[in-house]
Design a protein. Structure first.
Length: 575
């Protein structure tokens, strides 16, 4: 499950922040910790991340590859592989079992719902009470508000439902003061209003909403609960620091006494409002009294710390494949095929269509999950031509479930070039039965046979053709296609100069008779000559060697379509 991987990676970051906070809380600017919590929020709430060679997960991968993989038994050293192939479907070994919802997913949704209801009900109940607040007619408050304008409209009201000041609302913020406030103590009022204004300018209420969202999503992670408590404390500490900077360090004692006076009054629980009164008042008082002017060295260290933590803990492991494949187009020739290996990004894009049906791909670990359970074997094929099929499969020896795609082949669509897409409509993903799982030959999955074989005309057919060109269709056992079927398939090449003549059953490239043509639709890196080629391709050969030109298709494999085929960008002559 992607949410679990996000939570685990964020836990490492949160633990590191807690340690740094313990050691340097009174030595670094308080904004430093707000920035670090923001990085943790990003890791918890954003389901994607950039890669970095300096990531801690890059080091983890290096150590795993060096020590762990070398000592694993042979069956476990099989890395997950995803192939786009053209082959005959093997018979299903047993009946398909009904789709089931993972108990883990159900538990997660229940926990999320309970947490979300707690925050929403509490907030709505408080908002209902806050609406009874009345305007303030105090001249000092009115004058202070005129002297401190901001772009958003800020209301200052009083209520008999609260005992300490607070601020609520993001876009239309309201500073709410207790009705029992001593309106004659202008110094204290100045501190309180300035404190709440700092909250408003920093959108601290919105930050609290994001913290609550992270807590609801990752309610099962104790480190996220720790983050929620400490991040709320650091919001107040940073706000206190700003207030002291505004009034000057000589006012630290007076401001601290104001906090102590307010601590004697207890406020009701509202986790989504910015209260002047918070837990750990002792920590706030100590922080205020130890506050010193920020030095250039301290600012530099804080900046370096935030950048370093982001780079090390908030990025994914660097992928050599990503760097090698980026902006690179592979031109495959008949004599020498250039390998193409799918990247985690291209796999994630290809598997995205299955997410609606419970199948998710984890880019970080290159693993496939079905309703939270690790997939061993996945296949999604559909028939093409006569007796052949194409599609996608996946294998991971460590998986515990085999699944397959379900398609409605009666719902055919048209491609942009006007041809018919034979893949039909994807309508689901279903697991194979336990009997089918146990009966499947794992050795064949680990070392599949050559996925393409040539289907040629027989010698009698060649003699009858009297030297005319023939088509070699690559599939496991597929028969010959009709000229009409070939015309539809090869229509995609017409914009690039390759024309199929249905009457003569031959091909021309820019007016010249074609002797041979090859198009590697997809490949996982194996060469045809290896005997273990796993991919899909089309090839045209003239058995008598007639023709004026040999050509090949040019594809951009960094831009695969939903079926995994690279984007066709041209046709050119093979020298």
């Amino acid at each position: 499950m992607e949410i679990l991987n996000m939570s685990l990676s964020a836990a490492v970051l949160i633990l590191t922040i807690v340690i740094i906070r313990r050691l340097a809380l009174h030595r670094l600017p308080k904004k430093t910790f707000l920035a670090l919590w923001a990085v943790a929020l990003y890791r918890l709430l954003i389901p994607f991340s950039v890669s970095s060679r300096f990531s801690i997960y890059t080091l983890a991968d290096m150590l795993k590859n060096r020590f762990w993989t070398a000592n694993k038994p042979s069956i476990d050293t099989v890395t997950p592989n995803t192939r786009i192939i053209t082959e005959k479907l093997t018979p299903i070994l047993a009946e398909v079992t009904p789709v089931s919802i993972s108990p883990v997913m159900v538990m997660w949704l229940i926990g999320l719902s309970i947490c979300a209801l707690f925050f929403l009900v509490t907030h709505l109940r408080c908002r209902r009470e806050y609406k009874t607040a009345l305007p303030i007619s105090n001249e000092f408050v009115k004058g202070w508000q005129q002297d401190h304008p901001i772009r958003r409209r800020v209301e200052i009201r009083q209520s008999d439902k609260i005992v300490v000041p607070l601020t609520y609302g993001v876009f239309l913020p309201v500073i709410l003061l207790p009705k029992t406030t001593d309106w004659t103590d202008e110094t204290k009022l100045h501190y309180i209003l300035t404190h709440e204004l700092v909250h408003i300018r920093r959108f601290d209420t919105l930050t609290k909403w994001l913290l609550a969202a992270a807590l609801c999503t990752h309610w099962f992670n104790p480190f996220v609960w720790v983050m929620y408590v400490l991040a709320n404390r650091d919001i107040e500490l940073s706000c206190d620091e700003s207030v002291v900077r505004i009034f000057g360090e000589r006012m630290k004692s007076a401001y601290a006494l104001t906090l102590i006076g307010l601590e004697e009054k207890k406020s009701q629980l509202n986790p989504l409002a910015s209260n002047f009164n918070k837990n750990a008042i002792e920590e706030r008082i100590v922080s205020i009294m130890k506050m010193k002017k920020n030095s250039l060295m301290g600012i530099f260290l804080a900046f370096t710390l935030v950048i370093g933590m982001t780079t090390i803990f908030a990025t994914n492991a660097a992928s050599a494949v990503d760097k090698e494949q980026k902006n690179k187009v592979y031109n495959v020739t008949i004599a020498e095929e250039t390998a193409y290996i799918e990247t985690p990004a291209s796999k994630a894009e290809a598997f995205a269509i299955y997410e609606l049906y419970g199948l998710t791909y984890n880019k970080s670990t290159d693993q496939l999950f079905y309703n939270g359970e690790l997939v061993r074997w996945f296949e999604d094929y559909y028939p093409v031509g006569e007796g052949g099929s194409t599609g996608r499969d996946y294998f991971n020896a460590n998986g515990t479930i085999d699944v397959h795609g379900v398609r409605d082949l009666s719902q055919l669509t048209r491609n942009p070039d006007g041809s018919t897409d034979p893949s039909g409509k994807l309508v689901g993903v279903e697991p194979y039965s336990q009997a089918a799982f146990d009966a499947r030959d794992i050795d064949q999955l680990k070392n599949p046979p050559m996925s393409v074989t040539a289907v040629e005309n027989s010698s009698e057919e060649q003699e009858a053709s009297q030297g005319s060109t023939s088509t070699i269709v690559y599939s496991s056992e597929g028969g010959m296609m009709t000229p009409e079927e070939r015309a539809k398939i090869y229509a995609v090449y017409e914009p690039f100069g390759l024309i199929y003549d249905k009457k003569q059953d031959c091909f021309y490239y820019n007016g010249k008779l074609v002797r041979s043509f090859i198009d590697i639709l997809s490949s996982n890196g194996e060469a045809l000559s290896s005997g273990k080629f796993k991919g899909s391709m089309r090839q045209i050969n003239n058995p008598d060697g007639k023709g004026e030109v040999d050509i090949k298709a040019v594809r951009d494999y960094t831009k695969p379509n939903a079926g995994g085929e690279g984007k066709l960008i041209g046709v050119e002559v093979v020298n």
